[in-house]
Each structure stands twice: as structure tokens, then as C-alpha cells.
Ligand binder design. Structure first.
Ligand code: ARG
Length: 452
């Protein structure tokens, strides 16, 4: 048996464990069995392998599944080990399973088969994050809070407006993962080593049996491309980056007493008894670093690889598994932390107008009454330097405009503009923080969720 002889000769020697992906292939053990089944069924349907032999192979695959990955014979990878296990069970005929294929198209098919599941799970967690954010928005449409730029108080907004800002971003994360899914969901099986096969196989049939939407037509592309891995890891990394911003905001808000994390999502200190730390969110924030690292690692591995198959590809795969696991878990935790956090309405309201955050509204008011916006900006900046109170604004009008404030604007309107609640209510442009505008955004968010 030449294959046995050749395998002995290329057993790897001292490099054996370096060569082997058998441990890492645990993740695609079930996928490989499914891919084997589909391939054997197709071979039998096409009369390439006799029905009784195909039946024996399928039975052997069932018993291999029951005995599990941990009981596989030794092999360079899961594909070789499963084939050996089939031959161990039914004899030499088991070797017919590998007719008209190669491990190159086989592994590419297994990765895609398994990754579909992982991406769907990741997508589920993005929906959970969106649901948490929509729920927060629902209950806090009128909860004013300080809005920041450069971490400085900028303009008052609401908790709902803040939450929906992340909902919109996570919605796009969902879309990106769904798009990646569509391109993962195509079958390379039958591409063989890269150059197709002399056997009269039916690639559409195995694609159908494995639930793929289509085949990757060109056999060299099928066996050697991994852009689907890169795209998936990028989409996961983008989601992790979105989550890291969300986590950072909540960490800062918790620090300022605006939000109280549930004990389930906080940790304490082993030495400082008074501490309640937002550790889960700090880990969510850190996962974005791992994911970005995976994008980099994967890109670097794939860059410049010649056609067709090269063993480098074996090390590309684990980036996707690690990133899918880490980002999915981070996403789940972020969803839970946001859903269970308590917002401190009073602390938020007390801070909403701090740092003269209503200044833009005052400038807008003057501009709406005919003053060029740039002049109004200058005048209000002057008032900001003296504390941004009503009196400071009056004084600034005298100094900068050389006219009393009342000659430009109704004093009651200025008082309103200085009130964070009024300030929010007045910014009712599409997508703005005013409760009416937020109600529209909430409806879009709910509709989009219902459509997923
Ligand atoms: N385990 C390999 C991988 O993950 C597949 C084996 C293909 N090996 C080969 N020498 N062509 O890519």
C-alpha cells in the first residue's frame, strides 16, 4: 500500500508536532465528518464509489463521531486521522473516501462549514447588544445627560440618544457580519488540490448537501483563497472596536457616578474593600486589541502567498477561531452589562448643564434672531470666560456687541436656552437628541431588529 509507505516516510520525525494541526482541528472535527459524508454520498450517486462501499464508509464515520476527536488515531491533521480511522474500521476500501478530492479543498470546506456557525453566533450577540441599547433608550428618552467631545462637556443630550448612537454602529456591525457570512457560504469542495479532477463529480450536489449557497467555481481559487477568513476577522474586529468605545463610555460614566454597573459585571479589589471596578468592560475594551492583532497576523500570513495551496494556510485558520470566540464573548458580556446597569438620573441631570454646555444653544438663539453665527459665537465665548451665567451673557452683549442683550433676543428665551432640558428639546433635527427625534430613531432601531 503505497500511501501507507509514503506516510511512514513522511511521518515528520522531529518536526511532527510542528506540522500537525490535529489538536487545532478539534474545532472542525464535526465539520470534517459532514464534509466526508456529503462527498461519499455524491461519489456513490455518480457511480464513482459502489453503494455498499459508500454505506460502509458512512457507517464508519458514524462510529468515529461517537468515539470522538480524542480517540482519533494519530495523523498530520483531522482529515488524515479520520481517513485512517475509516480504513481501520472497514479496511482498504475506506481509502476510496478520498477519491476526487484533496485535503486542500477539504480543509477549506471544513473551515467554511464551521465558520458559518461561529459567525451566526457572533451575529446573535450583536443583536443582543442592540436589544440592550434599545431597552436603555426606551426607558431614558427624557433622561438628560452631558454630552462630550474631547472628554469635555460639550452639549446636553439624553441617555437614549447616546444609546442609539451605539445601536446604529452595532447595526452596521451586524450587516458586515451578514455580508461576510454570504461569502463564507460557498463550497470549495471538489476543487481538489487546486486543479480539479478527472472524476465526473457533482460539485453543486455536495454544496447542496452541506447547505452552501453556491460553489467557488475556479478550483485554484477554491482551494487556496482565504479572503473569507480575513473579511470575517475584519468584521469581528470592527465590532470589537465598536464595543470598546461603548465599554470605555460606560467605564467613564461609572467613574463619574452616572451609571452603576450590576455586581454581576463588576469586580472588587483583593486589598481595597471599598472598590467596585468595571473589570468586565475593561476586558471588552481589551478584546478589540486582540482582534486588531488577529487582523494584522492573518493579513501578514496571507500577504504574498503564491498560488495554490501552501501550508502557511494552516496557521491562518486559528486567527479566525480565536477572534470569533473572544469577540462573541465580549459582545455577550457587553450586552449583559448594558442591560443590567442602572442609570442615575439625578446625577446626570445635575451635570448636564455643567461647563456651560448650553453655550451652543445660546449662540444658535442669537443667530436665529439675526446675528451672524460667527459674531454670536464670539460673544458667547466671551460669556463663557466669565462663567457662562445669564449675567455673563448680558455683560458679553454689552462688551462685544455694544448693545443690550434685550435688543437682540427675548431674555426668557435665553433662560430657556440655558436649561439643559430645554436645550435638548430644541435640537429636534433629524437624528437629534430631542425626545421626538429620538422616538423616530427608536422606531428605526426596533424595525431593524425585528427584520433580523
Ligand atoms: N491541515 C492542513 C490545513 O489546515 C490541510 C492539509 C493540506 N496539506 C497539504 N500538505 N497540502 O491547511
Amino acid at each position: 500500500d503505497e500511501s501507507v509507505v509514503r506516510r511512514d516516510r513522511f511521518s515528520g520525525g522531529p518536526a511532527r508536532s510542528f506540522l500537525s494541526s490535529l489538536e487545532a482541528d478539534r474545532r472542525i472535527f464535526e465539520a470534517d465528518l459532514e464534509v466526508d459524508r456529503a462527498h461519499v454520498v455524491m461519489l456513490a450517486e455518480r457511480g464513482i464509489v459502489a453503494d455498499d462501499v459508500a454505506g460502509d464508509i458512512l457507517t464508519a464515520l458514524d462510529t468515529i463521531e461517537v468515539s470522538g476527536h480524542e480517540n482519533l488515531p494519530d495523523g498530520e491533521d483531522v482529515h488524515e486521522a479520520i481517513e485512517t480511522a475509516v480504513i481501520d474500521r472497514i479496511g482498504e476500501d475506506g481509502g476510496k473516501m478520498h477519491t476526487a478530492r484533496s485535503r486542500n479543498d477539504e480543509v477549506a470546506t471544513c473551515i467554511r462549514y464551521r465558520l458559518r456557525e461561529d459567525v451566526l453566533e457572533a451575529i446573535e450577540t450583536t443583536l443582543a447588544v442592540r436589544e440592550s441599547l434599545v431597552d436603555v433608550a426606551e426607558t431614558h428618552q427624557e433622561t438628560v445627560m452631558p454630552g462630550y467631545t474631547h472628554l469635555q462637556p460639550a452639549q446636553p443630550t439624553t441617555v437614549a440618544h447616546w444609546a442609539l448612537s451605539y445601536e446604529g454602529a452595532v447595526r452596521r456591525d451586524t450587516e458586515r457580519l451578514l455580508e461576510a457570512y454570504d461569502r463564507i457560504n460557498r463550497s470549495p469542495l471538489g476543487g481538489a488540490a487546486f486543479a480539479g479532477t478527472t472524476f465526473d463529480i457533482d460539485r453543486e450536489r455536495t454544496a447542496e448537501l452541506l447547505g452552501f449557497e453556491d460553489v467557488i467555481e475556479n478550483s485554484m481559487d477554491a482551494a487556496s483563497s482565504r479572503d473569507f477568513l480575513l473579511e470575517t476577522v475584519q468584521a469581528l474586529s470592527t465590532h470589537a472596536t465598536t464595543l470598546s468605545g461603548l465599554a470605555e463610555d460606560v467605564i467613564v460614566f461609572a467613574n463619574r457616578g452616572f451609571v452603576d454597573l450590576s455586581d454581576d459585571y463588576a469586580s472588587t479589589s483583593s486589598i481595597m474593600p471599598q472598590k467596585k471596578n468595571p473589570d468586565t468592560l475593561e476586558l471588552v475594551r481589551a478584546v478589540a486589541g486582540d482582534a486588531a492583532g488577529a487582523v494584522q497576523g492573518l493579513t501578514t500570513t496571507l500577504k504574498g502567498l503564491p498560488r495554490a495551496y501552501n501550508r502557511d494556510l494552516q496557521r491562518a485558520t486559528s486567527h479566525a477561531w480565536e477572534t470569533a470566540d473572544a469577540v462573541t464573548e465580549a459582545s455577550e458580556v457587553a450586552a449583559g452589562a448594558v442591560a443590567t446597569a442602572e442609570w442615575n438620573d439625578e446625577a446626570l441631570a445635575a451635570e448636564a448643564g455643567e461647563g456651560f454646555s448650553t453655550a451652543t444653544g445660546v449662540a444658535d438663539l442669537l443667530a436665529a434672531n439675526g446675528l451672524p453665527f460667527r459674531t454670536a459665537h464670539e460673544m458667547v465665548a466671551h460669556a463663557a470666560e466669565s462663567g457662562g451665567t445669564y449675567e455673563a451673557i448680558e455683560a458679553a452683549a454689552d462688551d462685544v456687541l455694544e448693545e443690550p442683550l434685550e435688543s437682540y433676543v427675548d431674555p426668557a428665551a435665553v433662560e430657556d436656552a440655558l436649561d439643559p432640558v430645554e436645550s435638548v428639546a430644541s435640537r429636534d433635527s433629524t437624528g437629534g437628541p430631542a425626545p421626538d427625534a429620538v422616538a423616530d430613531q427608536l422606531e428605526s432601531a426596533r424595525d431593524a431588529l425585528a427584520a433580523e
